[in-house]
Ligand binder design. Structure first.
Ligand SMILES: [Zn+2]
Ligand SMILES: [Zn+2]
Length: 68
């Protein structure tokens, strides 16, 4: 994929920048399998998370809603 859209700059679980070579997000990745992200990966804003019967949705005021 090309372009700015969809680039994950921040960890959705801990909100820390996902710079190349950064370690320590393995646990976040594991947790992301079970829990919705708390932070927008693109702008680090706190997201409004809703747990749904079939999964979850997380909304960033700037980047919209993602579901899982
Ligand atoms: Zn993390
Ligand atoms: Zn955002």
């Amino acid at each position: 994929m090309e372009g700015v859209e969809g680039i994950e700059e921040y960890c959705g679980q801990c909100g820390e920048p996902k710079t190349p070579g950064t370690t320590g997000h393995e646990r976040c990745a594991a947790r992301a399998e079970l829990e919705p992200p708390r932070y927008c990966a693109q702008c680090r804003r706190r997201m409004v998370v809703q747990v749904l019967p079939q999964g979850w949705s997380a909304r960033c005021v700037e980047h919209g809603t993602i579901t899982g």
